[in-house]
Design a protein around this ligand. Sequence first.
Ligand code: ASP
Length: 424
Amino acid sequence: MSGVKKKKGLSLSTQIFIALISGAILGVLIHYFMNDGYLKNTIIVEGVFYVIGQGFIRLMQMLVVPLVFCSLVCGSMAIGDTKTLGKVGVKTILFYIFTTAVAVCLALGVALMIDPGIGVNIDVVETADVVTKTDQSFVEIILDIIPKNPIQAMAEGDMLPIIVFALFVGIMLAKLGSSASTVANFFSQFNDIMMEMTMAIMKVAPIGVFALIARTFANIGFSAFLPMLKYMGCVIFALVLQCFGVYQILLFVFTRLNPIKFLKKFFPVMTFAFTTATSNSTIPISIDTLDRKIGVSKQISSFTIPLGATINMDGTSIMQGVAVIFISQVYGIDLSMADLLTVVATATLASIGTAGVPSVGLVTLAMVLSSVGLPTEGIALIMGIDRILDMMRTAVNITGDAVCTTIVAYQSKALDKEVFYKGE
Ligand code: ASP
């Protein structure tokens, strides 16, 4: 760890990459070569690794609500007129829904080709108790976008109502102009403070990433994966296609920007998402990276990134698409073409309803399974190994948000190509 910190010349991306690999190796070594006991379990894994890892996640979470609120107020105030805001909003939402639908189709296609559930022996797969609480109705979800009490929404970290309230405040500030300049200045200065804080926290990221990944591997090792390799392979393959294929093609077609450069610059954010499995906590870092390295104006990203972290979960819907096929094959239930179309629709909706925190994708999978009459108990089959897939799909989730944001920014003339082609 200290070695990573000392090498000052290395870029943050490289430092994080080294932390990721060395943390994973250390975790695996601890899992296989250290006997269970007080030192291993209590002191190292659930002590040092846990405290450092969780401490890092909390630092990032601490930023989310104030940063989203302030930067969104500033963003909508700067855009000012509601027509442009509306255009950006509609375009973004359509884009998010489109990429999610593509993701589910891709997942279904890959899974139907590889048949991950055929020949699986249920007895060797670790199962766990299933949580299948059905969430609120669709009508309630829509109504909940309007906060009854904005302070409560902020206290609870409810993104959509926070977004709505912040947009309103920004629009009103723009309308009032100089008569509300004190408040406008307050928000823009507070916003600067939050961005500074984000940069400071990014500096300790390699240490946080190291502890998080070491703990994960020290706990799970490889053994849980073996019977599930085919299922995992399908999910990972579809995630790779979406992340490095679909997104990069879209990025190139719409903006002509170099996809490799984009990925290189965005890599640290993907690692945060990977190690924390939490889209929400990557919001500040994503906005900051898009601004400083990719050249996307915060006016756009402060709106589209939190929105995406809340409603756009392409990686999650890929897992759900593959899981549907896997579970149907394990239980020997045939799915018709109409069923598959239903899965595309419900998995897209589930992506909107999935919160950007760990494991929620498994809970909303229940809704997708029941929509085509598959047993929700099937979730127990894939629960044991979900953590590692959760990490990967979260990285894809937030890459989707960033690609879409870059495209929308480009089309709204809010992308600085000079920044994009500078450095790294
Ligand atoms: N962990 C995912 C996220 O935060 C959600 C999920 O798929 O469980 O984006």
